[in-house]
Design a protein around this ligand. Sequence first.
Ligand code: TMP
Length: 215
Amino acid sequence: SSTAHKPRGSFILFEGGDRCGKTTQSENLVKHLSSKGVDVALWKFPDRQTAIGQMINAYLQGKTETDDAAVHLLFSANRWEKRESMLAALSAGQTLVVDRYAYSGAAFTAAKGIPGLDLEWCKAPDKGLPAPDATIYLSMMPEAAAKRGGYGSERYEKEEMQRSVAQRFQDLRDATWHTLDAARSIEAVGSDVTRIAEAAIEACQEGKPLEHLWL
Ligand code: TMP
């Protein structure tokens, strides 16, 4: 059609365990897309700047102990509080490259193996959030990830936990999912990332509607 309306931006999500290279790949993708003239921004969850994000930050750094269910709901609330600005950016035509989202939320809490906090319970609070157009899962054996200069000191950065998280991510795979072998070079992973992102952007330009999570 010949509408003057600007096509919406694409929601491109990176997921994976800790130290899989998400940050490097998401930053490189944003640089690449910007250089091609794409209106693009890099987002990251948790967003540690908000009041809720500061509570999450204190928990991750081990400064506070928070009930596992309560902290799960804080991570989810931290996405809901960004929902409106996310939708506004996308509909204004801006592509969002996002480092972690609701799949991390469900995978990390479910990985704790707490009775009652199963995958369905973990997914429930995020139902209805904007869904990604493409999810790039950077897959890496926790042993290999640990060798990349070691895990940091934050909660969850332990091999045993990371193995459990990787299993939960497998249960969350959906139609948006692309698994990349993240043990390869930055360049090799990056060229796959670029291909997936450009296809997602093109689909949105052609009118692919934004979907919602897990309804
Ligand atoms: P980051 O290292 O990417 O900043 O993420 C901080 C940690 O929080 C990381 O171990 C993954 C975890 N996490 C959750 O447990 N739930 C969530 O909803 C998100 C987004 C991250």
